[in-house]
Design a protein around this ligand. Structure first.
Ligand code: ZN
Length: 371
């Protein structure tokens, strides 16, 4: 792993972020892009970001995009009820039981203010129990609209594992940027965009807006780079997962086959590269939105521990974690995908070629044999 990528990952994971309050992460990315003149940064009116890297001619707009989201389930400060009690709004998929007396922190006027949840309101959101607001005891007044997160430590590395307040999806963002960085330095022809979306955790709000605003071009093929809970058949440290679908959709077969094919080629040639393939139906991801808005898509997932900070075994809020080996392999895979020759935008080139070859052998036998 490049030291600069490790630094970027740790820096981004230290920042406050929650749905609709991604400004700290966005400012960091703007600074990152400003130091790389080959990368063009644009935004739509919804605040989604797009980074384009174009080297060599292939039309004005990239047709291949990585996508990751800038938020993590969290709070926004609404108002101080008195000197030490804050009303806060919550967005994201965390089971209400985990809120009981949980410790939180709000990033207010450039410093963290710690607090503890006194009470919370639960509402029904499309058949699911979701916390809407909470009253928090805080050590000092918190500014309106300050970002709130669980009170968990800054990112730490233990062995090959990285623990953080929210890997989902900041680790995905860091992975996409790291791949862009490698491609930027590589000097090879490349034509790729990275779409960084807002407020995924409320139901793909930024991704939907990016499709509608045109920030994500109509004909783009999209690869969601994200973190998904480890489930049976998936191994943490076993490599990123090409995601054939989620809880809501089955993804594009051509995109999946292409990722699989490039992954297999890497596994043959690159020591320590490994990947997995799975239907990850424990949750849903932005690919479902891209698919509905007509973009061929699949996802590459980092296996994630303590999904949405829920440590079900201990029954309490805990840091999310990923394996750094999986992160490295993800970057390697994304770079290979961006530089791989794409012969067909539909279907898997190799699979179709194999079937055509088989037809040349078996077609005549079908015709000549008795039937
Ligand atoms: Zn999430």
């Amino acid at each position: 792993m490049r030291e600069s990528h490790r630094r970027l990952l740790l820096d981004l994971l230290s920042l406050p972020t929650s749905p609709f309050h991604e400004h700290a992460v966005i400012a960091c990315i703007r600074g990152w892009a400003a130091g790389r003149p080959g990368i063009k940064l644009t935004a739509d009116r919804y605040g989604n970001l797009r980074l384009d890297l174009r080297r060599g001619g292939r039309g004005p707009t990239p047709d291949f995009f990585l996508s990751a989201h800038l938020d993590h389930p969290g709070f926004a400060a609404v108002r101080m009820l008195d000197d030490h009690r804050l009303e806060a709004r919550w967005h994201g998929g965390v089971q209400p039981d985990f809120f009981r007396e949980a410790r939180v922190r709000f990033h207010s006027n450039r410093r963290w203010v710690r607090g503890r949840i006194d009470s919370y309101e639960v509402t029904d959101v499309m058949g699911r129990q979701r916390v809407s607001t909470a009253v928090v005891s805080v050590s000092r007044p918190v500014a309106v609209e300050a970002v709130g997160m669980w009170d968990l430590p800054n990112p730490t590395i233990r062995g090959s594992r990285l623990f953080a307040r929210g890997c989902d999806d900041i680790a995905g963002v860091a992975g996409a940027l790291a791949a862009l960085d490698v491609l930027h330095d590589l000097g090879k022809p490349v034509h790729m965009g990275v779409l960084l979306t807002r407020a995924e955790e409320v139901g793909f709000a930024g991704a939907i807006a990016a499709c509608r605003s045109g920030l994500l071009p109509k004909k783009a093929r999209v690869l969601s780079v994200e973190c998904s809970p480890v489930q049976p058949g998936v191994q943490m440290g076993g490599g990123p997962v090409v995601r054939v679908g989620d809880r809501m959709s089955v993804f594009d077969n051509g995109m999946i086959a292409w990722c699989h094919q490039v992954g297999e080629a890497l596994a043959r040639t690159t020591p320590d590269f490994a990947f997995q393939r799975k239907l990850l139906d424990g949750g849903s991801c932005e690919s479902t939105a891209y698919l509905e808005y007509g973009r061929p898509t699949t996802g590459l997932s980092l296996p994630l521990g303590n999904y949405h900070n829920m440590d079900h075994r201990a029954g309490r809020i805990a840091p999310e974690y990923i394996d750094l080996k999986d992160f490295d392999r993800l970057v390697c895979w994304l770079v290979a995908l961006a530089t791989a020759e794409i012969r067909s935008k539909r279907g898997s080139p190799t699979l179709r070629q194999r079937f055509d070859r088989e037809h040349r052998i078996w077609g005549p036998m079908l015709k000549q044999s008795s039937w």
